[in-house]
Design a protein around this ligand. Structure first.
Ligand code: PXL
Length: 262
């Protein structure tokens, strides 16, 4: 049996901890063949992001067409989409896609450098969200998308419902910190699921959002339901953070050699 194919549509992080590099490593670790459509180049390491350079939209759609026409991905994910023109180009292809799409609404890097133009949030909501089988905002992104200030589980549920009503099939909001606990909330098939984990005391969280959404995508490519995919991906990312290799001199990457089913 050949392994299923997953495709990421994302930015490049040359330090390898986030963006399409993290996605491809995560796919591979899950036994899924990874393909990538580059949207933008960053210049960065674990310490800083010094440049963000979006590609010409036509090159992005050409990459998409080349991969999809030949390799028939079983699932795809989107990461950094950069600017209005890129977003429109990607949206035009996602509208016609027949495979599940996990949308990570990447807005800023760990070092708070914009990876999505602020003026694009409405366009994102109108053109990308309705194609999403699952959207995976962190607290900051969910607040921007839903226009709801998230302070507790109730407001988190309200934000998830609003984002679902904007057209995403399922919504995973990550990272509500209360005391020494972090909660993630999934809304899928009209049901809420909550995962609570202790706050992990580590600086090495570079790429955690990318890795989590890539792990979900890989599991969906293998035929898992969204609920089971999120459950498994959550275990994988927790283990990856706990065993981060401590690379670099800043916010380091997580451990992408972690077992996929710890
Ligand atoms: O983790 C968000 C993210 C996504 N894509 C690229 C990034 C980052 C964070 O640094 O660099 C390319």
């Amino acid at each position: 049996m050949p392994s299923p194919v997953a495709m990421t549509i994302a930015g490049s992080d040359p330090s390898g901890g986030a963006g399409l590099q993290a996605d491809l490593k995560t796919f591979h670790q899950h036994g899924v063949y990874g393909a990538s459509v580059v949207t933008l180049l960053t210049v960065q390491n674990t310490q800083t992001v010094s440049a963000v350079h979006p590609l010409v939209p036509d090159l992005v759609t050409q990459q998409f067409d080349a991969v999809v026409s030949d390799l028939s991905p079983a699932a795809t994910k989107t990461g950094a989409l950069g600017n209005r023109n890129l977003m429109q180009a990607v949206a035009s292809r996602l509208h016609e896609a027949t495979f599940p799409i996990v949308v990570d609404p990447v807005m800023i890097s760990k070092h708070k450098v914009p990876l999505m133009d602020e003026t694009c949030i409405q366009l994102f909501t109108e053109s990308i969200l309705p194609s999403a089988s699952l959207v995976t905002p962190n607290l900051f992104e969910a607040t921007k998308l839903a226009g709801v200030t998230i302070t507790d589980l109730d407001s988190m549920k309200e934000a998830a419902s609003k984002i679902r009503d904007m057209g995403a099939e399922a919504v995973l909001i990550k990272g509500l910190k209360q005391h020494d606990q972090i909660s993630d909330l999934l809304l899928a098939d009209g049901e809420f699921s909550i995962w609570n984990t202790p706050v992990l005391d580590t600086p090495h969280t570079h790429g955690t959002g990318c890795v989590l959404s890539a792990a979900v995508t890989a599991r969906i490519a293998k035929g898992t339901s969204i609920l089971q995919a999120v459950e498994g991906a959550k275990r994988f990312i927790t283990h990856s953070i706990q065993t981060a290799p401590g690379l670099g001199h800043g916010v380091g990457p997580v451990n992408l050699f972690a077992p996929v089913d710890p």
